[in-house]
Design a protein around this ligand. Sequence first.
Ligand code: GRF
Length: 201
Amino acid sequence: MRVGVLASGDGSNLQAILDRLHGREGVEVVAVGSDKPEARALERARATGVDARAFPVQGGDRRARDLAIADWLAGAGVELVVLAGYMQLLDPGFLARFPQRVINVHPALLPAFPGIGSVEQAVAYGVKVFGVTVHFVDEGVDTGPIIAQRAIELPGEPAAEDVRAALRPVEHDLLTGVVALIARGAVAVDPADPRHVAVRA
Ligand code: GRF
């Protein structure tokens, strides 16, 4: 399965995919894109010899940018798009090019705390259980069908920074696990009820 990854920042989730899956389990990372030319994720991709490219918005036209990314990924034969810390909403025209083939990792137990700043929101709310969600991407903000979730209890009153550090390895495990399952054909959206995702272990 040819995988394209979009990332805006450090790219530790991308690195987990490169280290654990790239060239194995039928997974080939063939393209890494970013909205930010300075994203470390692009360096990580290049260091592994993966084609990497930045797509900054030109003249405020986000739709044109997203369609250019879609063309680039489709041209590379991408079959699954992984959003790994990609901090932009994708245009519906992009999603239409990869129906049920775009996934995202989110550092909260959806539907709680969607959008940006989810860890800070969870800390401010005083939750005792934190977690990670991997879900299909639809046109909403973190509203697509859930593929996998993992929770962790953190005692005391952790700071957002500590929560983020505790969640990071959970993200890496959950996201790489889901990509491997999709590559094996073990993840299916129920056509009769597209909110529900069946995962064969
Ligand atoms: C992760 O916490 C991800 O859940 C969120 O952005 C962060 C990206 O981290 N959407 P990295 O760039 O993969 O290190």
